[in-house]
Design a protein around this ligand. Sequence first.
Ligand SMILES: [Zn+2]
Length: 317
Amino acid sequence: MNLFEETTCDWCGIRESEVLFEGTDLLLGLPGKFRMVRCSKCGLFRQDPRLTWESLETYYPQNYSPYETIIATEKSLLKRLDRRYGMWKRLQAIQHFQSGGKLLEVGCGTGIFLAEAQRARRWELTALEPNKEAASYIEKTLQIPVLADRFAEANLPANHFDVITMWNVLEHLDHPINDLRRAHQLLKDGGWFVFSIPNLEGLEAKVFGRYWLGWELPRHLYLFPQKQLRRILDEIGFDWVDARCIAGSHASLELSIGFLLRAKNIDNIATRFLLGLYRSLLGRVAFSPLLWLAGHFRQSTLITIFAQKKPAADIHD
Ligand SMILES: [Zn+2]
């Protein structure tokens, strides 16, 4: 049985909020109704009430996409290349700021980004993945040290890492502010915290409204408007250096379109055919200039933040 709990804002600690909408699990179709609210004081978005951490476990089945070992086993060459290209873009973006060193990935799934970083031969890699099956898969295939713990509880050295990455993880955490502080603590002075989150300011969020993939109820517990996130990072001790759209767009747009069509009951042979066309190689080529433009103007589904740990002397309490 699912158990729910009331929540307070992880940043300002209050319960007061306004309800944004109620929704269901559009991605996996698992049962339940969930509610997204906005904190009345600081403006962060969160689920309230939300499933307890234990109840949420059943909403992360083994077929949840981050746990698929798609690169090794995917039959389609196009999909394999596409996934690798996505990871390569992330790595290039990081290496623009930091050429190498000690890198920790938090919530690495089955390690497709780590595999790409390993190929560059300039990173000393550490992985953290609470899902035990995914963690043992990485250990076996990449021979990288993996901690199968939650970030807050993992035994990791302070002031140690040059880069910490968190791809599409922060929004899944029940105490994201603690985890931001933890990332700050583990980085060296001048180290980089690079993380992607759903882009609330993007065009897809505006066009699809509550049917936007980025809400992903009930797995997304928090969403972060950029203005608020900037202030939070600053107070924790990070400089916000850059925000870019470098991850995901074609597949995520297809999911949002599908959610909207189903919700409006226009899921029929014609719309399915059009979606199939969109999914095909031809569709990918035809839409790539549009999606590139959306990314260039920071309008995609996901946004990646590049934050740098301030030297200790610059932090004022
Ligand atoms: Zn708040």
